[in-house]
Design a protein around this ligand. Structure first.
Ligand code: FMN
Length: 399
């Protein structure tokens, strides 16, 4: 695994190594955006359309990358976003990611669709862990999960508010390229999936070994319990049934009353929603279009960022994700007012390719790229970045 990790020079390298290692349908689950992929392309294009205006003849022997998020000091403004079901793709799973985040001295947001129970992830983590909540099943189902995350020691609750229906998966792929994820856990589904799995023996052997160690081959969604208190599994349809509710504003106030620590609202793209989130008690907002996984044609979060910062940046921390692939993307977002950025696919693909070592490697690359970027811009600290360093080629059309 170390060898693969060392060969990763870009997030796209990691994507290619992940593609080579995983069965097609599993890879597509982690890779694809929704619908026509318009938003996937727009996310990347938005970053490319923000260019730089560097100061020259300036040299700082070292650059300051440290910052804080909700009072937690992190060594660079790059944090791990909540991505579900990591252990299906690589057995290191959420614990491996938590260890890598801790070594990089940054924080991790653990998904409520985690394949590993929060208690195990907390035991593996050496840095702060925030817990993300989807509000699966509404208030009744969410209350015990909120309490459990609190008991486990999560430092903040990240409430995702942009998911009224489940992601529809890689339906945008041309018919011949589309591959089918198992739809259940019976024998017929296993037989249907077998050809894909047999084409990827390295992944298959790892998956079987991990399943035998855990005593079940069915991938669990560890924080979603069925009526008997057992974790639901990814492919038994239960998750889809629970995924019928997204929190409404009144639910956010309800969550605020129950959660005793900082509350973060994830998935905001509009200034008025950001204001409302802060009015309802959010301590931070995440500008995000869910990595292009939801509304096809959603605007890129980078373009939404300036309005949100203008609306609530003086009162609350504003973070951003969706389309971050390089250290210079971090700099772009920071210069537009983000407190820090979240990595999604940028760490998921290295994890799929090389597990924990892949995440170590990509975080080190991001650190170096941010540091190099600051040096080229003639900036001593990430806190000194502002719009004067940018040449923005997209129109700013919102009030
Ligand atoms: C495979 C995958 C699973 C995800 N699972 C979740 C999740 O469980 N909860 C959540 O709030 N966001 C989830 N997201 C969205 C990410 O937290 C993040 O917003 C997004 O990946 C950022 O976009 P990027 O991947 O283009 O960087 C997921 C994204 C991916 C790619």
């Amino acid at each position: 695994m170390r060898n693969i990790a060392a060969r990763i020079q870009t997030v796209d390298d990691a994507r290619e190594f992940a593609r080579q290692r995983l069965p097609k349908s599993i890879f597509q689950y982690y890779e694809c955006g929704s619908g026509s992929d318009v938003t996937t392309r727009a996310n990347l294009a938005a970053f490319e359309q923000v260019l730089f205006r560097p100061h020259v003849a300036t040299w700082h022997p070292s650059r300051e990358l440290r910052t804080t998020v909700l009072g937690h000091e992190i060594s660079m403004p790059v944090v791990i976003s909540s991505c579900g079901q990591l252990a299906i793709g690589h057995r290191d799973g959420e614990c491996g990611v938590a260890r890598a985040a801790g070594r990089a001295k940054t924080l991790m947001i653990l998904s409520s669709a985690t394949s590993t129970p929060i208690e195990q992830v907390m035991a593996a983590a050496s840095g702060p862990v925030f817990f993300q909540l989807y509000f699966f099943g509404g208030r009744d189902a969410s209350e015990p999960v909120i309490e459990r995350a609190q008991r486990a020691g999560a430092k903040a609750l990240v409430l995702t508010v942009d998911s009224p229906v489940p992601s529809r998966g890689p339906r945008n792929r041309p018919y011949r390229e589309r591959a089918r994820l198992p739809q259940g856990i019976g024998l017929m589904e296993a037989l249907r999936f077998a050809p894909q799995a047999l084409m990827r023996p390295a992944w298959f052997i790892d998956y079987l070994r991990d399943g035998l160690r855990r005593g079940s081959l069915a991938p669990e969604v560890a924080m979603c319990l069925d009526a008997q208190g057992r974790p639901m599994t990814r492919f038994d349809g239960g998750i889809k049934k629970m995924h019928q509710q997204t929190p409404r504003w009144e639910d956010i106030a309800w969550v605020r009353e129950r959660w005793k620590g900082p509350l973060v609202i994830k998935g905001v793209l509009r200034a008025d929603d950001a204001r409302r989130a802060v009015d309802e008690g959010a301590d931070a907002v995440i500008v995000s279009n869910h990595g292009a996984n939801h509304l096809d044609g959603s605007m890129p979060s980078l373009r939404a960022l300036p309005d949100v910062v203008a609306a609530v940046g003086h009162k609350t921390e504003v973070l951003l994700d969706s389309g971050v692939r390089r250290g210079i993307d971090v700099i772009r977002a920071m210069a537009l007012g983000a407190r820090a950025v979240l990595l999604g696919r940028a760490y998921v693909w290295p994890h799929l390719a090389a597990g924990e070592a892949g995440v170590d490697h990509i975080l080190a690359l991001f650190r170096q790229q941010v540091d190099d970027g600051l040096a080229y811009l003639g900036v001593k600290s990430i806190h000194d970045l502002d719009r004067s360093y940018l040449d923005i080629t997209w129109p700013h059309q919102h009030p």
